[in-house]
Design a protein around this ligand. Structure first.
Ligand SMILES: O=C(O)CCC(=O)C(=O)O
Length: 278
């Protein structure tokens, strides 16, 4: 299913978009399902309480998280065979599934500052991988994903404060001036798979009236022994529970230093032990 050139792209650049992995009917069904759920109330893990009268678009349409723990359609999507076989080909291991999220990102909503997913998941050994399904056309106007190609080869970076007028999260992975940040334009039904060390995020939705909805699954390689507490229980792709240990986080992180005029990463920083959830 994955051609050698696609695997090479993933290995070298840290991400791969598979066009049309989900059909227009499936996208329509999923979009309607989550819009209905969002309309029906609030759920554990909502980024912000639902407030239909708020000026903040993210309070009117907060993202939902870990829906697979209580919603059958989300569970089925997370364990979908097409996702499982693509992940297995890319990681060369069976995946374990640990997280679902739906971002509504209506017009005017802030984005999510550049970050590495592994900062949150703390998978050991190895890292995590995401499957990011576009439910709408995602382009620069409505705040598509942005990636730093090749950054999956970097270690975990020490975070700094993010600009919370642009991002709903408050920390970011710093990158040197001039580093390529590439928009990933996608059509509904396309899925982007990306390595958990890849620096990525998104800018605000600057459109007048367009949503930028996406359904996201996070996975870890089946060789992993630990993941941060919030992501337990991990599931095999047949839905059965895997007994993994809790990864506490903390430890060293990379900071950028100047070496003869070139920015290089030194593992000189230390992250505190924190309970972070993406
Ligand atoms: O969809 C976005 O804007 C950001 C998503 C993201 O960072 C993630 O899935 O880890």
């Amino acid at each position: 299913m994955i051609a050698p050139a696609q695997k090479q792209h993933f290995d070298e650049r840290g991400f791969l978009v598979i066009k049309g992995l989900f059909s227009p009917v499936e996208v329509e069904t999923l979009t309607r399902h989550y819009m209905d759920l969002r309309q029906q109330g609030s759920y554990t893990g909502d980024f912000a309480g639902v407030d239909p009268t708020s000026d903040d678009p993210l309070k009117r349409f907060p993202r939902m998280i870990m829906m697979h723990r209580w919603d059958e359609l989300s569970l089925r999507w997370m364990l979908d065979k097409r996702i499982a076989s693509t992940l297995t080909a890319l990681m060369e291991h069976e995946p374990y599934a640990v997280q679902t999220m739906i971002y509504f990102k209506p017009a005017g909503a802030r984005g999510q500052a550049l970050h590495q997913d592994q900062y949150y998941l703390r998978v050991q050994p190895g890292t995590c991988i995401a499957a990011w399904l576009a439910l709408d056309t995602c382009d620069q106007e409505n705040g598509c994903l942005q990636v730093v190609p090749g950054s999956q080869a970097w270690p975990l970076l020490c975070t700094v404060k993010a600009d919370i007028t642009q991002s709903f999260t408050d920390v970011t992975a710093p990158i040197p001036a001039g580093t390529e940040v590439m928009p990933v334009v996608m059509d509904p039904g396309d899925v982007m798979f990306f390595n958990g060390q890849l620096v990525h995020g998104s800018f605000p939705n600057r459109s007048r009236d367009r949503f930028r909805r996406s359904l996201i699954g996070h996975y870890i390689a089946g060789e992993a022994e630990m993941v941060a507490k919030y992501y337990h229980p991990a599931l095999r792709m047949d839905g059965s529970v895997v007994g993994l240990e809790v990864s506490e986080g903390g430890g060293s992180c990379g900071i950028w230093v100047d070496q003869d005029g070139t920015p290089v990463i030194e593992l000189a920083g230390a992250e505190g032990l924190a309970n972070r959830t993406e």
